[in-house]
Structures are given as C-alpha cells and as structure tokens.
Design a protein around this ligand. Structure first.
Ligand SMILES: Nc1ncnc2c1ncn2[C@@H]1O[C@H](COP(=O)(O)OP(=O)(O)O)[C@@H](O)[C@H]1O
Ligand SMILES: [Mg+2]
Length: 200
C-alpha cells in the first residue's frame, strides 16, 4: 500500500529546492562573475554565441559583498547557461554589474537575444519544475536541443534570496513586432535576468 503511493510522493519531494549551509565571506563579485564568464565563454561557440562582459570591458574596480561563492557561482552559471541555451544563433550574451539607484544592491545583469518569455510567464519560470519549452507554442524552437529539468531558476531564486537579494527577469521584442501574431514566438526577444545582491 505504501509502495503504491511512493512514486507520486517521490515526484513531489524531488521538486523541492534543498536547504544549503551558507558560509558568507566578504569577496569581490567582479572576480566571481569573471570566473563564470570564463567557464561559459566557449559553451555556445558552435552556435556562434559569445559570453562576454558588456562592451567587452571587465569593470576595472572591485565590488565587494558578503556571499558564499560556491552557491552564488552556481546561480550565475545557471543564468549564463540559460542565456546560451535560449539565445538565437550568432548573438552575444552580455554580462554587466553596477549599482542599483538606491545604492543598496549590486545589480548583476545577464542579457541574451532569443526565445520569448510571455509577460504572464515571467514569474512562473522561477517555480521548481517549470519549463516553457514543454508548451506546444515553443515546439518550433527545437525543444530537443534545449534539454533541462526546469529546476535552474528555482535554485537561483533560493540562493539569491538566501543572500538577502532578489532575482527578476524581463523580456521585450528585440525589434518592433510585425503584424503577424502567429510569428510572435519566432521573433527575437531581449531577455534580461537581474540579480540584486546587498552591498552590505
Ligand atoms: N534566457 C532565457 N530566455 C528564454 N527563456 C528562458 C530563459 N531562461 C529561462 N527561460 C525559460 O524558463 C524556464 C525555466 O528555466 P530553468 O529553471 O533554468 O529550466 P531549464 O533550463 O531546465 O529549462 C526554461 O525552461 C525556459 O522556458
Ligand atoms: Mg536552466
């Protein structure tokens, strides 16, 4: 009897984001991001996709914050991996870091040019197990070439919030939408993930 119920319970458990022990250290975020860029710089080259500091210039100063570099590097890696995976061919993934206008957070910004996320799905993508590629409207975008479990952004959100920060995602057409609603998903969109980490 218990055995019969197991698969269902297991599936539910599997979709939870586990708790981590965090070891917060005051370090330079620029270095952390630079290492992530180095790990991802060649991942998309077969599709003509480059990962780079925006304007190809690494910020020339240090930006300190209190963080655990292992999970935070995982979070940045995951967002870079999505940016490469969902980018159209021959575009760059641009990474930048700056201050929020209220001066309280560092804003790490990761931008790609590719597949659209509809406005009403911008929050849902952070839910564990959520993948828009499973929806029929996305099948023109070669689902098979974009494998995943839909857990990445759920981890990113949990890790960033554990640092007292926030993550958000925006999407807008890369050029003026033409009058073909059926092509809405095929058009190139600019997707930006913003990660806010407290300056402390
Ligand atoms: N840069 C992006 N451009 C377009 N869609 C994205 C992007 N990043 C994430 N998504 C959408 O959000 C969903 C959830 O992302 P994630 O949790 O990382 O799952 P996965 O990468 O395994 O598909 C993805 O399946 C995709 O539909
Ligand atoms: Mg992912």
């Amino acid at each position: 009897m218990g055995v019969a119920k197991f698969p269902k319970r297991f599936a539910k458990e599997e979709k939870k984001v586990p708790e981590f022990e965090f070891q917060m250290v005051r370090e330079d975020l620029v270095q952390l991001i630079d290492k992530s860029i180095t790990r991802y710089v060649n991942v998309g080259t077969h599709r003509g996709i480059k990962v780079r500091w925006r304007w190809e210039t690494k910020p020339n100063r240090q930006m300190y914050s209190l963080f655990d570099e292992v999970p935070l590097a995982m979070a940045i890696d995951e967002v870079l991996s999505n940016a490469v995976k969902y980018s159209f061919e021959n575009f760059a993934v641009d990474v930048s870091i700056g201050s929020t206008s209220d001066d309280r957070f560092w804003n790490i910004s990761i931008r790609d040019h590719g597949i659209r996320i509809p406005d009403d799905k911008l929050k849902e993508v952070f839910e564990p197990g959520r993948r828009l590629m499973l929806e029929p409207s996305y099948h023109g975008h070669y689902k098979a070439e974009r494998p995943g479990y839909g857990m990445g952004l759920a981890y990113v959100k949990a890790i960033v919030e554990k640092h007292g920060g926030q993550v958000s995602i925006t999407c807008k057409p890369s050029f003026k939408a033409r009058e073909y609603p059926s092509l809405e998903y095929e058009q190139r969109h600019t997707v930006v993930v913003n990660i806010h980490i407290p300056k402390n």
